[in-house]
Every structure is written in C-alpha cells, then in structure tokens.
Ligand binder design. Structure first.
Ligand code: 23J
Ligand code: MN
Length: 265
C-alpha cells in the first residue's frame, strides 16, 4: 500500500488525539534564573541575563489583561544556533533565522546517550568512534536528521554554577570532538544538539579547530541546538524533533520551544 502525505497526516492526527504519539517538551524554562554563557574577559561583551518586565496584570496599567516585555539575548536558554552565528558560516544568505529553510527543522532525531560517561567525567568527549559504536547498536544516522547528545545536564539547569561548571581552568562540560562533528556532517545531518550551555564542550576553546561544533556545523550551513531538556524521555531512534527559531530579522539564533514526537507504548 502506498501512503500519501495526506494519509500520513491523518494518521498522525489520530495518533496525537489518542496518545499513540506523545509530544515531549525538550525545552528548559526561560527566565531570570536561566543559565547564560559567560565568555572569558578577553571578549568584552556577553549576553545579559533574561529579564521579564510586567506591563500590566488586570490593574491600572491594563484592567482586563496581563502582558510582559522581555530583555532577551538570541542565545539564551534552550536555543538555536543559525549558520551566521559563526564566521565560518557568514556567507550563507540562507544562514539567518529569517532566511533558513524551515523544511529542515522538522526531522528524525538520533539520541546518543552519554549520560553515564558524563556523570563520571564532566569533560567527556563524544568521538566519531563513539558515534560509530552507537550506530552499530541503534542503526545508521541518516541524511537530514538531527543528532543530539544526551548528558542529563538539564538536571543542573536550576543552578547556574552547576550548569556552567567553571573553575580556574575554565568551564567543564561534555561535548563533541572535531572528528565527531566531521563524521556527522559526512552523514548529511541537519544539525547537532546538546544539553549544555552551548553545542561545544566546556574545554572546546583548546581544540583544533577551536569550538569544532560551531566552526564545522556552521561552515556546512548546519544548525546547532543548546540547553535541550528531557532527552532522557526520548528513544535512541524513532522520534521526530521540531526545533524552530523565532523569525528574527538577520538573527544569528533564537530561543526555541523544542518539541519531540515520540511513539508511545
Ligand atoms: C559565542 C561565542 C562562543 C560560544 C557561543 C557564543 C555559544 O556557545 C552559543 O550560544 O552559540 S561557545
Ligand atoms: Mn548559541
């Protein structure tokens, strides 16, 4: 039997209504306590903490409505890195939040569970070899798919110091090696996501190239996702991830509401 796009969406609608497909929220809370990246002092500027300011809440400033305004950096909380974010991606005209191809944002997601290794070693690095071992068990990573690294780092997100995990030697958090990202790009992935403050490991400034996830993903017009939550609720394969940035004009990134569709039962 050949299934059309219309048939597939009818089935999906049925499955969403019956709970056969569940929507998992892979997003952290965005507010004044959200951990924000703090670059070292040799870079003059940083993203400010999130601010939420009340305009009114059924009061003299608005008798029957509540609304707020926000101070919000593009790269805050659970967020999207667009290719223009990094110098290696600067020439892609479709590399901004308002010009990228939205067809690429909804795709199967491969969840590589590194939670054990990351609990034992805060500087754990996922290598190409590690990805290949994961594929041998779970199946091949396909063209146009998302790949995310599960570290359960979201359990630290209520405590910025624990989330950033910095000492005199800098930040310590798990991430990918350059050869890991090169391998994933050779498979034709759409993007790479992590549960830490950025797509790169805490110690990635010392790698070659520095910040390989940023450098290599955006060089190839691919996307990054950071501070993802609840990856422990996803299967290794079989879920669909929807990760869509706001359509910020010439935006280099954006907070997202990351949603995963998973089969239940
Ligand atoms: C700017 C400079 C370095 C990094 C980052 C931003 C991020 O992690 C980000 O949020 O894209 S490492
Ligand atoms: Mn970012």
């Amino acid at each position: 039997m050949k299934m059309s796009g219309a048939d597939s969406l009818t089935n999906l609608a049925m499955m969403l209504a019956s709970g056969g497909v569940e929507v998992v929220d892979c997003t952290g809370i965005l507010g004044p306590d959200t951990p924000i990246l703090q670059l070292p002092e040799d870079f003059a500027k940083n993203t400010p903490k999130v601010e939420i300011h009340k305009i009114s809440e059924y009061d003299n400033d608005g008798p029957f409505f509540a609304w707020n305004w926000m101070k919000l950096g593009e790269h805050s909380g659970t967020h999207f890195d667009a290719p223009h974010h990094w110098i290696t991606g600067k020439d892609y005209e479709d590399g901004f939040t308002d010009t990228l191809d939205v067809q690429r944002l909804v795709a199967p997601v491969n969840v590589i569970d590194c939670s054990k290794q990351s609990a034992e070693n805060e500087d754990f690095l996922l290598t190409a070899e590690g990805v290949k071992s994961w594929e041998a068990v779970n199946g091949e990573i396909g063209k146009g798919e998302w790949v995310v690294m599960r570290t359960d780092w979201d359990k630290r997100a209520n405590d910025e110091a624990k989330f950033l995990n910095a000492d005199e030697t800098g930040p310590h958090s798990p991430g990918p090696t350059p050869d890991c990202i090169e391998y994933l790009l050779s498979k034709g992935i759409v993007g790479w996501g992590t549960q830490c403050i950025g797509t790169d490991a805490g110690q990635a400034g010392g790698m070659e190239p520095a910040y390989p996830a940023h450098n290599l993903l955006h060089r190839d017009n691919c996307f990054g996702l950071a501070s993802l939550a609840n990856l422990d609720k996803l299967p290794a394969k079989g879920a669909i991830l929807i990760a869509a940035p706001l359509k910020i004009q010439r935006g280099t990134g954006s907070p997202i509401r990351a949603l995963a569709l998973i089969p239940k039962g």
